[in-house]
Write a protein that binds this ligand. Structure first.
Ligand code: FAD
Ligand code: NAI
Length: 495
C-alpha cells in the first residue's frame, strides 16, 4: 500500500511540475519584457535569412552591443528535418514553424524584422537592397539598408542541373508550401484516378508516385508516402490503394551515400519489403508533363509515367549569391557556393560573414553544420563587442593617467578578446526516417561509429528531433500531431 501511495505521489508531483513548467514557459514566451532601444552609436548587424544558420545565431546572440536587422522573404523559421512528414499530413505545417518575432522580441535590444527578399549586396558600399515579394504590398516595396556587419545565410535553392522540364513539372521539397503542394497533389491524383470511367492506363499513371534523388530528402519522403499508403489510403480507397506505386530513381549505385554500407543495405531491404521500387544507376534526362525519361545502367532510355513527381537532387547557389560571387570574382571562384575563412569571414570582403548552405566548405550542407556555425558566430560577435568595450576602457584609462599595472591588465584583456578561435564542427551523427516506424542512425561513439536501425532507432529519431525543436510551443504541437495521427489517422481531404 505504502509503495502504491509513494508511486502515486511521485506521478502526481511529476505531472504538477511538468504542468507548472509548461505554464511558466508559455507565460514567459507570450509576455516578452522591455527591450533596450535602437542606439545609433552602435554598429548595425544585418542578418539575411531566418533558416537554421541565422536562427541559431539570433538565439545565441547577446545583441546589447549591436542594432540587429533581420531580412528574409518568410517571417518564420522552418524545422526542415520534419518537413517530409508534412507532405502526407503526419504533421501539420504550422507545428514546425516558429515566427521569427517570437525569438527577436526576447533579445536584449530591439531588433527589426523585415519580410523581404534581398536581391543585391554591395560589399564596397556595405549595403543590401531588398524588395517585398509578398502578394500584398504597401506604397514602399523596395529599399536599401547599410550594414557594419553582414551575416549572410540565405541558404541554397533546388538543384535541377538544367534538366528540361523539371521546374515546370516537378514538385520540390524545401519550403513549407512545397510540402503542402505535395500533400494536395497526392490526394488530387488519387481522386482523379477514382474518377468515373477513368482508363486503366491513366489510373496507373496517376497512381505512380516518382521521387528523383536518393539522398536523405528523397528517401524520407518515400518512407512517409509509404506510411500514408499503408496506414490510411488503404482504408479509404480500398480499390485503388493496391495500385499505388512508389518509385525512387537515383543516379548513383546506392541511395544515401553519406550513411554506412550496413545502413544503406538495411534501407534497401526495408524499401524492398515495402514495395518501394528503387532504380539506382538511373539518371533522369528529361521531364515531360506526364512522364519522365531516364537513362539506365545499360544506357537505354526508359520512360516513367507519373502522376506526382518529387524532385530532390540537392542544392545549388541562389541568384543573389551568384551575383555576390561575381562582384568578388578575384577570390570567389567556387561553383558550389561562397568561400569563407576559418572564422566564417567571406573571402575578399570586409565585415561579411557567410554561413550555412550558401557556403562551399568541407562540411555537408546540413542543419547541424548551419546551426553550429550560427552559434559560433554569435560567440564571435560577443567577443567583438567585449573587445570594443575594453578598447574604450583602455582609452579612458590612458586619458585619466591610470597606473601602468591597470593599463597592462586592460591591454592584455584586449589581446585575449581579440583572440578568436576558428570554427570547429562537431559531428553529432546522421539520422533518417525510412518509413514503417523504422529509422537509421550513424552515430559517432568514442573514436568509432555506431550504426543503428529499426524501431528503437525510430524512437531515438523522434526524441532527438523533438528535443532539437526551437521552442516549447513547437514541441507541444509536434507531440500532439504525432498522437493525433496515431489515434485518428491522417486526413485525406483535399483542402
Ligand atoms: P536555410 O535553412 O535554407 O535558410 C535560408 C534562409 O534564407 C531562409 O530563411 C530563406 O527564406 C532565406 N532567404 C532565401 N533567399 C533570401 C534572400 N534573397 N534574401 C534574404 N533571405 C533569403 N539537415 C540535417 O542536418 N538534418 C536533417 O534531418 C535535415 N533534414 C532536411 C529535410 C529536408 C526536407 C530538407 C530540404 C533539408 C534538410 N536538412 C537537414 C538540411 C538543412 O535543412 C539545411 O542544411 C539547412 O536548412 C541549412 O541552413 P541555412 O540557414 O543555411 O539555410
Ligand atoms: P543530396 O545531394 O543528398 O542527394 C541528391 C541525390 O540525387 C544524389 O544522390 C544524386 O546522385 C541524385 N541525383 C542527382 N541528379 C540526378 C538525376 N538526374 N537523376 C537521378 N538522381 C540524381 O540531396 P538532398 O537529399 O536534397 O539533401 C540535401 C542536403 O540536406 C544534404 O546535405 C543532406 O545531407 C541534407 N539532408 C539531411 C537529412 C538528414 O540528415 N536526415 C534529410 C534531408 C536532407
Amino acid at each position: 500500500k505504502n509503495r502504491i501511495r509513494t508511486f502515486a505521489r511521485t506521478v502526481l508531483v511529476t505531472i504538477l511540475a511538468g504542468g507548472g513548467y509548461v505554464v511558466w514557459r508559455s507565460y514567459e514566451q507570450r509576455h516578452p519584457g522591455e527591450q533596450l532601444p535602437h542606439d545609433p552609436k552602435l554598429p548595425t548587424v544585418v542578418v539575411l535569412g531566418n533558416g537554421w544558420a541565422s536562427t541559431a545565431f539570433l538565439k545565441e546572440l547577446d545583441n546589447s552591443g549591436y542594432n540587429v536587422v533581420v531580412i528574409s522573404p518568410r517571417n518564420y523559421f522552418l524545422f526542415t528535418p520534419l518537413l517530409p512528414s508534412v507532405t502526407v499530413g503526419t504533421l501539420s505545417a504550422r507545428s514546425i514553424l516558429e515566427p521569427t518575432r517570437f525569438l527577436t522580441r526576447h533579445l536584449k535590444r530591439k531588433t527589426e524584422v523585415y519580410e523581404g527578399e534581398v536581391y543585391e549586396v554591395d560589399p564596397e558600399k556595405k549595403t543590401v537592397r531588398f524588395v517585398d515579394n509578398s502578394e500584398i504590398k504597401g506604397e514602399v516595396d523596395g529599399t536599401e539598408i547599410s550594414y557594419d556587419y553582414l551575416v549572410y545565410a540565405v541558404g541554397a535553392e533546388n538543384q535541377t542541373f538544367g534538366i528540361k522540364g523539371v521546374k515546370e513539372n516537378a514538385c520540390f521539397l524545401k519550403e513549407v508550401w512545397d510540402a503542402e503542394k505535395i500533400r494536395t497533389r497526392i490526394v488530387d491524383c488519387i481522386e482523379a484516378a477514382n474518377f468515373s470511367g477513368q482508363t486503366q492506363e491513366e489510373i496507373d499513371r496517376l497512381l505512380s508516385f516518382v521521387v528523383v534523388g536518393g539522398g536523405p530528402t528523397g528517401v524520407e519522403y518515400a518512407g512517409e508516402l509509404h506510411d500514408f499508403l499503408m496506414e490510411d489510403l488503404g482504408n479509404w480507397y480500398p480499390d485503388l490503394a493496391d495500385r499505388i506505386k512508389i518509385t525512387l530513381i537515383e543516379a548513383l549505385p546506392n541511395v544515401l551515400p553519406m550513411f554506412s554500407k550496413q545502413l544503406i543495405d538495411y534501407t534497401m531491404s526495408t524499401f524492398q519489403e515495402n514495395k518501394i521500387n528503387v532504380q539506382t544507376k538511373t539518371m533522369v534526362k528529361e521531364v515531360q508533363e506526364k512522364k519522365l525519361i531516364a537513362q539506365n545502367e545499360k544506357k537505354e532510355l526508359v520512360e516513367y509515367p507519373y502522376g506526382l513527381l518529387v524532385w530532390a537532387t540537392g542544392n545549388t547557389a541562389r541568384q543573389v549569391t551568384k551575383d555576390l560571387m561575381n562582384r568578388l570574382s578575384s577570390t570567389q571562384n567556387s561553383r558550389r557556393g561562397l568561400l569563407v575563412d576559418e572564422h566564417l569571414r567571406l573571402l575578399g570582403s570586409d565585415g561579411i560573414f557567410a554561413l550555412g548552405d550558401c557556403t562551399a566548405t568541407n562540411y555537408a550542407p546540413t542543419a547541424q553544420v548551419a546551426s553550429q556555425q550560427g552559434r559560433y558566430l554569435a560567440r564571435v560577435f560577443s567577443k567583438l563587442h567585449k573587445k570594443e568595450l575594453l578598447l574604450n576602457e583602455l582609452e579612458q584609462a590612458k586619458q585619466v593617467g591610470a597606473e601602468p599595472a591597470k593599463l597592462d591588465s586592460l591591454a592584455n584583456a584586449v589581446i585575449r578578446a581579440s583572440n578568436i578561435a576558428p570554427f570547429h564542427y562537431s559531428h553529432q551523427g546522421s539520422l533518417a526516417y525510412i518509413g514503417s516506424d523504422k529509422a537509421i542512425a550513424d552515430l559517432p561513439v568514442f573514436q568509432g561509429n555506431l550504426a543503428a536501425a529499426g524501431l528503437a532507432t525510430y524512437y531515438f529519431w523522434r526524441s532527438a528531433y523533438i528535443s532539437q525543436l526551437f521552442s516549447l510551443r513547437n514541441r507541444l504541437l509536434v507531440g500532439t500531431d504525432w498522437l493525433k495521427t496515431k489515434v485518428l489517422g491522417r486526413d485525406v481531404s483535399r483542402a
